[in-house]
Design a protein around this ligand. Structure first.
Ligand code: NAI
Length: 241
C-alpha cells in the first residue's frame, strides 16, 4: 500500500523535486501550492491561510492517514533590519513560519491516531549562521529549526519524528530570483555573481534540488527512525568554514 505524504510548495524548486522523488518511491503525494503542477495531487492552497490549510489536510486525513509532512513553502527577502518594513516582516513570517505552523498543526491529529509520522521542515543554513541583508529570512529560518525541535519533543511519545533540513545555496527559481533582485539593485553582472556564489562553496558549486529531496526521503524513511529533533545541514560545506 502507498504511504501518504503532504508537501507544501511542491510546484517549484526543492518542493517539486521532493514531490517527484516521493512519487517514484511509492508515496501518494499531495502538493499544497498556489501554482498548479502536473506532479503529485495538486491542491490549491495558500499556506498563509490557516483555515484553508487545515481544511485541505483534514480532508486528506479523512481518506487515509498521513505518514509524512514536508513543510517547504517559503520566500526569501533581501534587506537589513532598517530596510525591512512591518509589511515585509509580516509577509516573510506569514509564509515561512505561520505557514509551517499551520501545516504541522493540521497533520498532528492523523499522525497521533496512527502513532506514526515524520515531519520534515525545510529551514536553511541561515538557521545556523547569519547572512548579510537577510534579516527577516534569517529569523524565520531559525524559528523553523526551533519548530522542528519543539515538535520533536512534544510528539516523541506518539512516535512522531520532526526534523529540519538546512540547505545551503540551492539552484532553484527562488535562488535565481534572489540574485536577479540583487543585480537589479546593485547593477552587478548576473553571470559574475553566480560564479562568485559557486566559488564561496567549499565544493565549488551550488546544490541541486534533487540532492535535498534525497535527504528528505531518507529522513521520512524507517532508516532514519532514531533521528528526531535534528537540524540536517546540506550545504556543500558552507557552514563548516
Ligand atoms: P521556489 O520559489 O522555487 O518554490 C517555492 C514554492 O512555494 C513555489 O512552488 C511557490 O508557488 C510556493 N509558494 C509560495 N508561496 C506560497 C503560499 N503562500 N502557499 C503555498 N505555496 C506557496 O523556492 P525553493 O528555492 O525551492 O525554496 C523552497 C524552500 O527551501 C523555501 O522554504 C526556502 O526558504 C528553502 N531554502 C531554499 C534555498 C535555496 O537556495 N533555494 C536554501 C535554503 C532553504
Amino acid at each position: 500500500m502507498k504511504k501518504t505524504c503532504v508537501v507544501t510548495g511542491g510546484s517549484s524548486g526543492i518542493g517539486l523535486s521532493i514531490v517527484k522523488l516521493f512519487e517514484q518511491n511509492n508515496y501518494q503525494v499531495f502538493n499544497l501550492d498556489l501554482s498548479p503542477s502536473p506532479f503529485g495531487e495538486f491542491c490549491y492552497c495558500d499556506v498563509t491561510n490557516i483555515s484553508q490549510v487545515t481544511k485541505i489536510i483534514n480532508n486528506i486525513a479523512k481518506q487515509q492517514s498521513i505518514d509524512v509532512l514536508v513543510s517547504n513553502a517559503g520566500i526569501h527577502f533581501s534587506a537589513n533590519i532598517e530596510n525591512t518594513s512591518e509589511d515585509d516582516f509580516d509577509k516573510v513570517f506569514n509564509l515561512n513560519v505561520k505557514g509551517a505552523y499551520a501545516a504541522v498543526k493540521a497533520v498532528l491529529p492523523s499522525m497521533k491516531a496512527s502513532n506514526n509520522g515524520a515531519i520534515i521542515i525545510i529551514s536553511s543554513d541561515q538557521a545556523l549562521i547569519a547572512k548579510h541583508n537577510s534579516f527577516a529570512y534569517n529569523l524565520s529560518k531559525a524559528a523553523l529549526a526551533s519548530m522542528a525541535k519543539t515538535t520533536a519533543l512534544d510528539y516523541a511519545a506518539f512516535n512522531i519524528r520532526a526534523n529540519a533540513v538546512c540547505p545551503g545555496t540551492i539552484e532553484t527559481p527562488l535562488y535565481h530570483q534572489a540574485i536577479d533582485n540583487y543585480c537589479q539593485k546593485s547593477g552587478a553582472d548576473k553571470a559574475e555573481i553566480h560564479r562568485e556564489e559557486e566559488s564561496l562553496q567549499p565544493l565549488n558549486r551550488l546544490g541541486q534540488p534533487e540532492e535535498v529531496a534525497e535527504l528528505v526521503l531518507f529522513l521520512a524513511s524507517d532508516k532514519a527512525k532514531f533521528i528526531t529533533g535534528s537540524l540536517q545541514v546540506i550545504d556543500g560545506g558552507y557552514t563548516a568554514q
